[in-house]
Design a protein around this ligand. Structure first.
Ligand SMILES: Cc1cc2nc3c(=O)[nH]c(=O)nc-3n(C[C@H](O)[C@H](O)[C@H](O)COP(=O)(O)OP(=O)(O)OC[C@H]3O[C@@H](n4cnc5c(N)ncnc54)[C@H](O)[C@@H]3O)c2cc1C
Length: 309
């Protein structure tokens, strides 16, 4: 990897390029060490260029959207982190909505509902970007990305830009083809197109208010990654963790929320290692008491393969 040639190019980008930049402030959990280089990209063209330069220099890259569903290691991330902030959106003909991957998903839900388009109400208040939601097949309240995505534009690891139908993503519960790929083989989501239907703006706004109220009362505030584990088939991760007696359990500065046991909280002083140790402890306890293995929903970034397991 020729990091120095990438750094030389990046030095011309001004404040958009940040050397040895701590990643904690870019994540919802507020933990994580530095990226060798972080580049803030506010247009799709900037994303394509940054990734192209990294490829040419043999430097690994990783994309961060809102950083809401990741646990970045204390050692940080070697190579380039692209902070995807390209956020243009457009309502197209017949209820089709196009968005750049850095657009906030909750804002897209709000805007489309206000224009009388139904299908994204479930994303009211969902933290993170369109790209992160697509990769993780985010969902809530009976809806998810898989049920409304029509197609997407990808930047492939070899530099080609391709258009794929939603079926290409092979979505499953909080899973997609991209999420199943090893990091170095993953394409970057550049844009997504959603197929929505006509709805009554007032009814849609009411539904979204209900969802926001539910989130406000049931989800803990503060630094958290949202649901840490996927729900095992026919069960709820939160219920299992609570039944295992782990509500309020702490390792270092990381704690199982008293409000919702599938949410881990950074009480202020957590390290990524604290959070990782808490995840392992919960998995071990739930497996010991109920014989069920909880699978993380969050992605571990900057950890080696053994640590990710
Ligand atoms: C309080 C709270 C509540 C939450 N509630 C829910 C919920 O109800 N339902 C739900 O599903 N999730 C929920 N989440 C989790 C999170 O909001 C979603 O997973 C969200 O879609 C993540 O988007 P992001 O932009 O933050 O992705 P990130 O965390 O930045 O990234 C997640 C993964 O996607 C990859 N990625 C991001 N953007 C791109 C891109 N453009 N191209 C390729 N790869 C990319 C990253 O490399 C990483 O592997 C919640 C989180 C919090 C903190």
């Amino acid at each position: 990897m020729n990091l120095s040639s990438l750094l030389e190019w990046a030095s011309g980008l001004g404040e958009r390029a940040r050397r040895d930049e701590p990643l904690a402030p870019y994540t919802a959990m507020r933990v994580g060490g530095p990226a060798d280089l972080l580049i803030v990209c506010r247009t799709t063209e900037e994303v394509v260029e940054a990734v192209g330069r990294a490829r040419a220099a043999g430097v690994p890259w990783r994309v961060l959207g809102g950083g809401c569903n990741v646990l970045v290691s204390d050692a940080g991330v070697r190579g380039l982190v692209v902070l995807h902030r390209a956020d243009r959106t457009r309502i197209e003909a017949k209820g089709t909505v196009w968005a750049e991957a850095g657009a906030p998903m909750a804002a897209l839900a709000r805007e489309t509902a206000a224009r009388g388009l139904a299908g994204l109400e479930w994303a009211a208040g969902l933290p993170g970007t369109v790209g992160g939601a697509v990769v993780g097949n985010a969902g809530a309240f009976g809806g998810d990305v898989a049920s409304v995505l029509q197609s997407l534009t990808l930047l492939e690891p070899d530099g080609r830009v391709t258009e794929q139908p939603a079926a290409w993503m092979e979505f499953a519960y909080r899973e997609s083809r991209i999420k199943r790929m090893p990091p170095e083989e993953r394409p970057v989501v550049l844009t997504a197109t959603f197929r929505l239907s006509l709805g009554d703006p007032v009814a849609l706004a009411t539904r979204m208010e209900e969802i926001l109220a539910w989130r406000r009362t049931r989800h803990p505030s503060g630094a958290t990654m949202g649901s840490t584990f996927k729900n095992p088939s026919g069960n709820h991760a939160g219920r299992l963790i609570e039944a295992a007696g782990l509500k309020g359990y702490r390792i270092g500065g990381a704690m199982v929320s008293e409000l919702h046991a599938n949410f881990l909280i950074n009480t202020g002083s957590a390290t990524a290692a604290d959070v990782r140790a808490l995840i392992r402890h919960i998995q071990a306890e739930v497996a010991r008491q109920f014989g069920i293995r909880l699978e993380p929903e969050v992605e571990l970034i900057g950890w080696d393969a053994d640590e990710r397991r």
